[in-house]
Design a protein. Sequence first.
Lengths: 299, 859
Amino acid sequence: MHYKVTHVTQYDYSDTVGLSYNEARLMPRNCVNQQVISSTLNVEPYAADFRIREDFFGNRVAYFSIQQPHHVFTVTAVSEVQLMENTSQLDFYQGFAWETVREMLSQQHSHYLKQASDLIEARQYTLDSPLIETSLQLAEYAKPSFTQGRSVTDTVNDLMQRIYRDFTFDPDFTTLATPLASVLEHRRGVCQDFAHLAIGCLRSQGLAARYVSGYIETLPPQGEEKLVGADASHAWFSVYIPEQGWLDFDPTNNIIPNTQHITLGWGRDYGDIAPLKGVIFGGQNHELEVSVQVECLTN
Amino acid sequence: MSTLSQYSNTAEDSAWLKGVAGYTPEANIVDEMLDSTGKVRPHWEYFIQALQKLGHDEIRLRQNEILKLLRENGVTYNVYGDPDGSNRPWQLDPVPLLIENDEWTNIETGLLERAELLNLILADIYGPRELIQKGLLPVDLLFSHSGFLRACDKVKIPGKHQLVLYAADLARGPDNRMWVIGDRTQAPSGAGYALENRLAMSRVFPNIFRDSRVQRLDGFFQSLRNALQQIAPQNADTPRVVVLTPGPFNETFFEHAYLASHLGYPLVQGDDLTVRDGFVWLKSLNGLQRVDVIMRRVDDSFCDPLELREDSRLGVPGLLEVARRGNVTIANPLGSGVLESPGLLPFLPKIAEHFFGKQLRLPSAATWWCGQAKELNYVLSNLHKLVIKHICRGSMTSVFGHLLSQQQIIGLRDRIRSNPALFVGQAHESFSTAPSFVAGHLEPRQALLRCFLVAQGQGYSLMPGSLTRSAAQQGNVPVSNQMGAISKDTWVIGGQNPNQANTIETPHSKLLASNYTSTLSSRVAENLFWVGRYAERTEGSIRLLRTTVKKLYINPDINNPYYKNSLYAVLRGLTNITNTYPGFLNKESDSLLKTPDSELLSLMLDEEKVGSIANNQRSLIQAGYSVRNLWSSDTWRVMDEIKCHLERSQQLTESTLWNIQEHMDRLITALSAFSGLIMESMTRGNGWLFLDMGRRLERALLLISLLRSGFSSAQAEGTEILLMESLLDTSDNLICYRQHYRNSIELPSFIELLILDKNNPRSLAYQFNRIQEHVSKMPRKQTNTQLSIEERLILEANSLLDLTNLSDLIKVSDGNVREKFDQTLSRLYYLLATLSDTVTATYFQHGQPQHSLVAVKPA
C-alpha cells in the first residue's frame, strides 16, 4: 500500500513571538514493513537554523529555530510511504509463554549471544518511564489476561481486547497531563491513554512494550464503521516477542496493525516521540489548528 | 592588652593543656590526630604545640577573626527552607585537618585512577554502551536512572576526557584506609569554599601556617583555567568562557560568583545567553558575543528546556543542540550526573579490571544494589544496619536504618520492593574523627573530605588540599552542609611541592574588572544601574529624614513663627521624594503632620513599605548581591555593613526617632563609604558608567521632586528661609552656601547653587553634565552624524537649564504659584524619566517571557 500523509500544524499567536526553538518528530522512519519514499518538512516563517538527525531511539528528528518576529507559525510535513503487507498468519497459540519471555528479559545475558543483544535492547522497555509508572492497580487490571502458561501473543491480544471493551473513547475527558491512574479509574481516554495503559499493564508483568506514534488510514464510510483516530495523529503500542521481534497492537481500534497504520517512530512513552515540541519567547495566547490527511495512492 | 592576655594565659594554660589531654576519641574509631595508643601523630605535633602556645583565649579571638573575615568576604551558603531565607554565613573550624604528604600521594594516585575510570564509563554510557553488552553494567541500573539523559547520547566534547571536573568525598574507614563514599560528577561544588577557607586560615594563623609547610592550592585553579581553555571547540581562537549559575538564590551562589571572579570569567544566568544560528551567544552591552565554553553550575536537566526539562527557567533553549554540533563545550557535559549513582559502586571493581586489568586503589563504600535478587534480599533483611539511598541523588534523603521504628522499616521495605532497581543499601561505617575547636576545647568529630580534580592535557590534576566538613555534633551522625556541618581547611603537610612558598596565598580581588568591561552582560549592566539608583535613593531619603528629626527634636526653632510651616513643608517633601503617598500629603487630615513620629519611623524601618528607606536598602542589597563578583573585597565589606544595618534595624524593638539617630548616622556613613569606594576603586568601564548614570539620574530626580514640593507654591518668606536652610543642610550644602554667598539665605542664590551651579556636585546642572558625558560614551552608538535618543534628551535638558533666566524662574504669579519654576522642573523631570526608560529599553534585558509550545494530544 502506498500512502501520502499531509500533516499541518499552525499556531496563531496574539502577540509577537521573537524566537522559537523546536523539535519535530514528524518524518516517518523505515521499519520492518514500512519503506519511506519521500518526506519533507516545511516551516513558515523561514527557519534560520534547521537540521535533521536521528535520536536515541532511531527516530528522525528535525531541530529548527525561527529567529525573526512572527505571529503565525506553520509546520507542514508531507510524506509518502510504502507499507508491505504481512501475509504470514499470526499464530496466537504457538510460541513462548509470557512467563518465559519475562524470564528471558530479566536474564538477558544467560541466553545465547544472538538473542542477547536484542534482549538487552528490549529490556529498557520493561522499565518505568516518565509518563508510565507501573502500579499495583495496573498489575491488577492486567492480571486476568496473564493466565498461567498462556502464549505471549495471545496474552497481549486478550489485553488489547479487554481495553477496547472496558474503556470508552472520550476526547473530552483527558488532556496531555491526565495521569494514567485517572484513565484507569474512569475507564475513559483517547488512543494515547490506551497505549500508555496497555504498556503500563505489560511492564507491570515484566514484558517489554513501547509507544508508537503515527497515523491511521480513514476508510470510506461504506456502511462500515469509521475508524477512530482518523485525521489526527494516532498512537498504539508494540510488544517485544523473542525470535519474532516487535509486534504492534492498536487498542483504540482493537486490531493488529497491518497495512493501515503508518509509523512515525517510537519511544518509551509519548514524551519520547511527541510530534512537535517547542520553546518560544513571547506570543502570549495562541490558537492552534491541526489537520492530518492520509491518502491511499494505491489503486 | 598584652599584660591582660599574659595574665590570663598563665591562669588558663594549664586548663587548656588539660583540654587537649581530655580529648578522647571513641574507642574503635580511628582518630586523625591521636594514634591508637593516644599519642599525637607526628604530623600533628607541631600544630598542636603551636595551638597550645596560643592558648585558648587567643584561639577564640582568632576564631572570631575568621568569622569576621568570612562574613566580610560574603562567604555564604544558602540553606533552603531557612525561615530567614537568608545566606547563612560560612562556618570554618580554626583547626584544619592535617594529612601527611606520603598518605596524600597515595590518595592522589587512587583518585587520579578513579577519575580516569569514571571518565571511561561516561564515554561508554553515552557512546557504544559496551559495558552493558559485556554484562559489566546492568541495563536497569543505567536505564532506570533519571540522570541518564537519552537526548545526550553520542554528544562528545573535544579532548581526551569527557569528565572534566570531578569531586570525590572521602572518609577514613575503621580499617584505617581512605574510602570513597561519594562521587560528584555533574557540577561539583566546594573548590571555591576550599580556597576561601585557605585564605582565611593563612591570614589568621600566618605563622603556624607558614611553618607547617602546607602545600598550596593556587596551582589547581591554574589547571582549571587551562582545562577550560583546552576544551574549547576547534574553531575558537581565543575562547570565551563563562560560568553559568542558576542565580543568587542557589545554595552555593557565593561560590559561583567567587570562582567566576577568581578565574576571570563572566558569571551568567540562563537568560544572559541565547542560541542563534547554531551557536551560543552572550547578550552583552555591545551586542551578542559568542560563547565557546560553559562551566556550568546548573543541573543537567535544567540546562535546556527544549530537550530536557521543559519547565526549567534556568537554562538556554537549544543549548543541547549546539553542544551536539560541537559548537560549544559544556563542562561537565550534560548527562554526566548519572555517574553520581551509588548503584555504580558495586560494579566499579569489575569495570576497573576490564579497563585497567587491576583493582582500584581506593575502595568505595560497601554497597548493595537492590536490582539483583541476592543483593535485594540482603538489604531487605539488614535494613536496620544499613544506609538506604536512592540511585538518583536528590530523589530521597538517605535513610539510616538504625534510626527507624519497626513500622518505618516495614514501610521502607515495601518502597524498595516496589521498584528495587532504584535503591541501594550501604554499610553504615564509623568514619574517623578529627579535632574540632568547640566551645573552647577540642572535640573529636567525624570528618569528610571533598577532593577536587580537573582533567587537563593527558591526565587529571588533584587539588592538594580539600574541603573538609565535620559533623555538627559528636558521635556517628550524617555530615551535610544543609544540616549545619562545619567546614575545615585541609593541610597537606610536607612533600616536594615545587610551588611551595612560605607566603600567604594571594588574595583574589585584584583580578577583577578588565575582563568584564568587554563582556558585560545586559543583566549585569542593569543591576549596576539599579545599584546606583537605589544607593542614591536610600541616601537621599535618609538625609532628608535626618534633617527632619533634627528639626523636630534636636534643635526645634519653636520661637520662630515660621517653624511649624517649614517643618510641614519638609515632611511633605519626604512623602514626595519617597513616593509614599498619601503620607504627609493627606488632604483629608493633617493629624499626621502634627504627630509625625509613627509615619517617620515606618518610613525608616518598614521593609515592606514601598519607598521606605529599609525597602530601598533591601533593593540595593539584592541588586548588589546578584553582581557580587564585580565588587572589590573592600566594597563588598561596605555592602555587607549596609546589610547588617538593615538586619539590625529590623530587630529594633520599641524604636523611637530618638534612638534610631545613631543608626541613621551609621547608615549614611556606610553609604558614603560605598560611593567613595566606587568613585575611587572601580575601573571606569561600562559597568561604572551604568552605575554612575543610575546615581546621577536618581540624584537629579530626587532634587527636582524636592524643589517642586517646596517652592512651586510660594510661601511666607520666613517659612521659605527655614525650608531652604533645611534643604541645604540635607544636601550638605549649608556650609558651602555660607562661604559662597556670605549672606542670609535667599531664594535666588539658593536656586543658583542647587540648580544652576555647574561646580556644585549636588546641583542639577552638575548631574546633567555628568549624564551627558556618560551618554556620549555609551556602547552601541550608531552613527556619528546623528544624535541618539539619549543624547537628544540630555541635550534638551541641559539647554533648558542654560537658557533659563533666574528671575523668571522665581517669579510668583497669581495664586502664589511659581509657574515658570514648576514648568521647567516638570519638563526636566519628564526628560530624565524618559532618558531612564530609553536606556532601559536599549541596553537592558527585557526579554519576552519563555513558554513551552502547547502540544497536540494524539487521539
